[in-house]
Design a protein around this ligand. Sequence first.
Ligand SMILES: Nc1ncnc2c1ncn2[C@@H]1O[C@H](COP(=O)(O)OP(=O)(O)O)[C@@H](O)[C@H]1O
Ligand SMILES: [Mg+2]
Length: 271
Amino acid sequence: MEHKAVGGITFSIPDGEFAAIMGPSGSGKTTLGQLAAGLLMPETGLVYVDHIPTSSRKKRFDISNKVAYVSQFPEHQLFEETVFRDIRYGLRRKKYSEREITAKVKDAMECVGLSFEAYKDRSPFQLSGGEQRRVALAGAVVLEPKILILDEPTAGLDPLTRGKFLALLTVLQRTKHMTIVCITHHLQDALEYADRLVILNNGRLVYDLKPAEIRCALEDPAIALSPTPLLRFRKELESFFPGKIDSELVQENKLLAFLTDRLMRTLGDES
Ligand SMILES: Nc1ncnc2c1ncn2[C@@H]1O[C@H](COP(=O)(O)OP(=O)(O)O)[C@@H](O)[C@H]1O
Ligand SMILES: [Mg+2]
């Protein structure tokens, strides 16, 4: 009855990278995220966090100081009476003074776009879905991890909130130099925000590529990646102007800038 959730996977994520982990349901994404966070131990093979094997018992504490894991639907794990208490929970075993704790919680809240004064005393249960996700993210950020692993952090959020949440992650990547590992089902989000896409299928790593290289994965019938509207539009443009559309143009702003530039030139030539 044995079933291998993931196997034969070798890859590494360099410091400061934003990696998106993708793949159909049951492909092993959550398992991989939990292995990377040191929450699951592999039966065979090794997982290193910042050069420390997660299997090392002696270094367990070091690893837990380096990685923060935000599970899927993290709002199910909010339980304290106030937002402040919920976020500070992860600091309970650290020897910080009350003043330091308050400063850290405040910083983490501002980092995720929650005003300290407006939210600290509110009940986490009376917040919107997007606000609850931010509280959960602040609970991870307050630990000041080097590496942040998130399992489908935007699942169930409306498109606007989803975009804002992802933008927050890139801010953490840039300002706090965090390495971000984000499991997601949204191809366009991954193309917009990630430096790299790691695609799993049946517990195997099938693609490890840059956003600009997504075409080869799309053309592979073995993995069910459906092209996003933007990629379909790009393909259409390509059929009209073969070889003229740069492979880097898989992001909305880049494609728009490119089209605007060409349009301006054409209009300029006409006048
Ligand atoms: N606790 C578990 N016990 C048995 N099988 C599991 C368990 N967790 C996950 N699996 C199986 O492992 C595979 C990978 O699961 P998972 O990592 O959750 O995939 P994903 O996150 O991509 O949907 C699936 O086939 C799933 O059914
Ligand atoms: Mg999962």
